[in-house]
Design a binder for this molecule. Structure first.
Ligand code: ATP
Length: 512
C-alpha cells in the first residue's frame, strides 16, 4: 500500500474507533478544526501525562504553570507577533484558491525529490544485485540534474524568505512553472503577508483598546509569569517553567489531518539560564528531548534532527525534531535558544524589570531562555500513524491493530466474560473492580470472543482478560497480549501486578 492510501486508512480508522472527529461535522465540518472522541481524549491525556511527568516531576528545577489564553494585547506587540507573525500568501486568480507561497515551493521540491526516488527504483530494477545506490546518486545524470535544480530552488527560496523578498518568491513560483492544483493555471496574484493571529473583542465597547488575540503560542504566558514563579517558588537559575495549553493560528494551508490545525495544543517548557551558558543548555535539551521520544519505543529511525538555516528574529540556535509521518519527515517539536529576547521585550513594553539576582555571581541579569515546544496533536498523530498496522494472519485472516506504547494506550485492559450467563459476567466485574482504580479498563460482553479481541486490537488495548467457566472453579483467567496474540492462564491474584509492570510510566521514563 502506498503512503497516501495508508494515511487515508489511518484517518478513517481514527474516526471509526472514536479517536478524532471533524469539528461540527453535521454542519459539514470546519477545516483544520478537530474534536477528540472517547478514545482520542484518553490517548491525548496519556501523552500529556507522559510529558508532564518527564518534564516537571522528574526535574527538581522545573515547575508547572497554567496561564490564561487571553492576555494583554501589549504582550503580542512585545513578542513581535503583531508585527511579524505572518505567512506569505498567494492566490490563484482562476480558482480563487489561496496558498502559502513557501508551501507551494516545498511541494514542488518534494515532487523533485520523488523524481530522484523513481530514478533510483529504475536503477535498482535495471542493475539488480549489483546496484550501488550511493554510487548511482553521485553519478546518474538525471539524478544530478534534478538535484542541482532542488539545491538552486531551495537556496533561492531561503534567500527570498530571509530577505522578505515577496516579488522574488513570486518569481520563483513562476520560474518553477508551478500550477494551481485546482485550476491548473499559472495565473498568480502578488505575494502578500497575512497575520496568523485570531483576534476578538473583550468587553462591550468596541474600540481599538478592546481588541485582543487568542494566543498563538503558550510561551508568552510563561514569560510574563517568569518573576511571579521565580519569586513565589524561590527558584534559582537555571530553572524551567512548563505548560500545556491551547494555541490558535489562522493557518491557511489546512491539510494533513491534525498535523496543521487552527486550534491545537502545545506542551512547552522555557528553561531560564545564565547568559553565556545557553549553548550548553541548548545541546542538553536537544539530547534530553530526543531521549524522551525514544523512550516510547517506536524506533530511532523514525526521528531525526533538522537544524534551522533561517533563524527566527529571537533565536541564536534552533532545531526541530522531525518524525517520519506517512507524508514524510516533518516537524514534531522545536528546540530554540531564544536568547533574552522575550524577557527584554517585556521589560521594555511593561516598564517592569525582568531580572534575576544571581547570588553566585552577585549580579543581576535578564536570563537567557531555551525553549522546548512540542505539539500535542502532532505527537498524537505520530503515535497513531506509527502504531497503525494492517496485519495478515494465518488462514487468510487479517486484523488492524494499534501497536501503541502500552503506557499511552487509551484502554489498558479489557475484561471479557466468554458468555453472557452462568455467573461469568459477575466474575468478570469482580476482576474489573481489581483493576479499574489504577488503569483505564473496558468491560465487553457482546459478540464472539474473536470479534471482541479484534475490537480491542483496533483501539490498541495491550491486554485482554477472558473469564470462562473454568475461572469459576480455579480463579484462573486467560491473559491475551495484543501484539503477539499469545494467551496464558494466570491466577486472578497476579493480574493487577502483571499489567501494572507493563504500563507503568516509571518503567518507560527510566529508559530515558
Ligand atoms: P510549522 O513550521 O509546522 O508551521 P512552527 O515552526 O510554526 O511549525 P512552532 O511555532 O515552533 O511551530 O510551534 C511548536 C510546535 O507546535 C510545533 O513543533 C508543532 O508540533 C506544534 N504546532 C505548530 N503549529 C501547529 C498547528 N497549526 N497545528 C498543530 N500543531 C502545531
Amino acid at each position: 500500500m502506498n503512503q497516501e492510501d495508508l494515511f487515508k486508512n489511518i484517518i478513517a480508522h481514527a474516526k471509526e474507533y472514536g479517536f478524532v472527529f471533524q469539528s461540527s461535522e453535521i454542519y459539514d465540518g470546519m477545516s483544520a478544526v478537530y474534536d477528540y472522541g472517547q478514545m482520542g481524549v484518553e490517548l491525548k491525556n496519556n501523552i500529556k501525562r507522559y510529558w508532564w511527568e518527564a518534564m516537571v516531576h522528574l526535574h527538581e528545577n522545573i515547575v508547572g504553570l497554567d496561564a490564561a489564553i487571553f492576555m494583554h494585547p501589549k504582550v503580542w506587540e512585545a513578542s513581535g507577533h503583531v508585527g511579524a507573525f505572518n505567512d506569505p500568501l498567494i492566490d490563484n486568480k482562476d480558482s480563487k484558491k489561496r496558498y502559502r507561497a513557501d508551501v507551494l515551493l516545498e511541494d514542488y521540491l518534494s515532487k523533485q525529490q520523488e523524481k530522484i526516488e523513481k530514478e533510483v527504483e529504475k536503477g535498482r530494477k535495471r542493475f539488480g544485485d549489483t546496484f550501488h545506490e550511493a554510487q548511482f546518486l553521485k553519478t546518474n545524470p538525471n539524478v544530478l540534474r534534478v538535484k542541482e535544480k532542488i539545491d538552486l530552488v531551495t537556496q533561492k527560496m531561503s534567500d527570498a524568505l530571509n530577505q522578505n523578498d515577496w516579488e522574488g518568491l513570486r518569481q520563483l513560483i513562476l520560474d518553477c512553472e508551478i500550477v494551481c492544483p485546482v485550476s491548473g493555471s499559472r495565473n498568480w496574484t502578488e505575494v502578500r503577508q497575512f497575520n496568523l493571529m485570531f483576534s476578538t473583542k473583550m468587553g462591550s465597547v468596541s474600540d481599538e483598546a478592546d481588541q485582543i488575540y487568542l494566543r498563538p503560542e503558550t510561551a508568552q504566558g510563561i514569560f510574563v509569569n517568569f518573576l511571579n514563579v521565580q519569586k513565589s517558588g524561590r527558584m534559582k537559575i537555571p530553572f524551567g517553567i512548563a505548560q500545556i495549553g491551547k494555541a490558535f493560528r489562522n493557518e491557511i494551508v489546512a491539510r494533513q489531518f491534525i498535523f496543521r490545525m487552527r486550534e491545537f495544543e502545545q506542551m512547552e517548557m522555557q528553561f531560564f539560564v545564565r547568559p553565556g551558558t545557553e549553548m550548553e543548555w541548548y545541546n542538553h535539551w536537544k539530547e534530553a528531548r530526543l531521549r524522551w521520544h525514544l523512550s516510547l519505543g517506536l524506533g530511532a529511525d523514525r526521528y531525526r534532527f533538522h537544524d534551522h538555516d533561517k533563524l527566527a528574529h529571537y533565536a541564536n540556535a534552533a532545531c526541530d525534531i522531525e518524525f517520519a509521518f506517512p507524508f514524510g519527515f516533518k516537524e514534531l517539536e522545536g528546540i530554540h535558544s531564544r536568547t533574552d529576547f522575550d524577557l527584554t521585550q517585556h521589560q521594555k513594553y511593561s516598564g517592569r524589570k525582568q531580572q534575576f539576582f544571581d547570588p553566585e555571581t552577585n549580579e543581576s541579569y535578564v536570563p537567557y531562555v531555551i525553549e522546548t515546544s512540542i505539539g500535542l496533536d502532532r505527537t498524537f498523530l505520530a503515535m497513531l500513524s506509527a502504531a497503525y498496522i494492517e496485519e495478515a494472519l494465518e488462514g487468510g485472516e487479517s486484523r488492524v491493530l494499534l501497536k501503541l506504547p502500552a503506557v499511552l494506550a487509551p484502554i489498558k485492559a479489557a475484561v471479557l466474560p466468554l458468555v453472557k450467563k452462568d455467573g461469568l459476567p459477575q466474575k468478570a466485574r469482580e476482576v474489573l473492580d481489581l483493576l479499574k482504580f489504577d488503569m483505564q479498563t473496558q468491560y465487553d460482553e457482546k459478540d464472539s470472543i474473536g470479534k471482541r479481541y479484534r475490537r480491542q486490537d483496533a483501539i490498541g488495548t495491550p491486554y485482554c482478560i477472558t473469564i470462562d467457566h473454568q475461572t469459576l472453579e480455579d480463579n484462573m483467567v486467560t491473559l491475551r497480549e495484543r501484539d503477539s496474540m499469545t494467551q496464558e492462564r494466570i491466577p486472578i491474584a497476579d493480574i493487577h501486578g502483571r499489567i501494572m509492570s507493563k504500563i507503568s510510566i516509571g518503567k518507560y521514563l527510566k529508559s530515558m
